[in-house]
Design a binder for this molecule. Structure first.
Ligand code: ZN
Length: 252
């Protein structure tokens, strides 16, 4: 009798373990970090200091995270196999101060993607066409589109221009195909997702917005990085489970 109860208890523990493993696997969301400016003086946009960014990169290195280009992460998502401790780094808007980040990324030999507002390229405070080419030539940092005018896309007078036009203009500057885009302010809807896909992008990035908790390569959620992120808080943001405890905002 005792043996039978022991057997039943063992089966329950095993099933519980398998169930927990399964839950952990389906709840995992690869951490895609989102930065904007590295100039703490800049107002109207999220900033982290150069020291903070350097500290984040050092943390990734010291704790053996695998930092991959976003395209590689998307390929792994499509295969249904995302190795743990995989992280991607992104920047939005294309501020000139991102050159400080690029220098640090080069030191660590880490890839990243900068999504640039194409209509601002070369304006004061923003990266120039030559900056973009130099970055791609000398580092593992790549350039993606953040549209032309930074409208919330479903409110833009001409979404096709924002999506296709920004791609074409960037391709002219860089001399190769551009396949990544991030939605200004993270906003999109199903029609915008369709246009982005049809324009030939491999994937699109949002903030903490989405229609579901599922991983959708045309609505990849990102984690907003802050100056205060360190220690346990930073570890949690990189864990792949940070998203589980966040409210997902409507994309529209
Ligand atoms: Zn933006």
């Amino acid at each position: 009798m005792r043996k039978r109860w022991l057997g039943i208890a063992l089966v329950i523990v095993l099933l519980g373990g398998v169930g927990a493993g399964w839950l952990l696997r389906i709840a995992y969301y690869p951490p895609i970090l989102m930065y904007h400016s590295l100039d703490p003086e800049r107002t109207g946009t999220p900033t982290v200091s150069e020291e903070t960014f350097a500290r984040h990169l050092r943390y990734l290195k010291e704790h053996d995270y695998r930092v991959v280009p976003v395209e590689e992460l998307v390929a792994e998502i499509k295969k249904g196999h995302i190795p743990r401790r995989t992280v991607a780094i992104t920047f939005d808007d294309g501020y000139e101060d991102n050159l400080k980040a690029v220098r640090l990324l080069k030191e660590y030999d880490f890839p990243a993607t900068i999504f640039v507002i194409v209509g601002r390229i070369g304006e004061e405070g923003y990266l120039s066409p030559e900056d973009l080419r130099q970055i791609e030539t000398h580092t593992k940092v790549r350039i993606g589109s953040h549209t032309i005018h930074h409208y919330v896309l479903y409110e833009a007078p001409d979404p096709e221009l924002e999506i296709r036009g920004s791609k074409a203009r960037l391709e002219e500057i860089l001399g190769h195909e551009v396949r990544t885009i991030s939605y200004p302010v993270g906003g999109f809807n199903r029609e915008i997702m369709r246009l982005v896909k049809e324009a030939g992008y491999c994937c699109a990035f949002t903030t903490n917005r989405g229609y579901s908790r599922r991983i959708d390569i045309y609505a990849l959620r990102r984690i907003k990085m802050k100056d205060s992120d360190k220690g346990l808080g930073l570890w949690f943001k990189l864990s792949g489970y940070y998203d589980l405890f966040r409210r997902i905002r409507s994309p529209e």
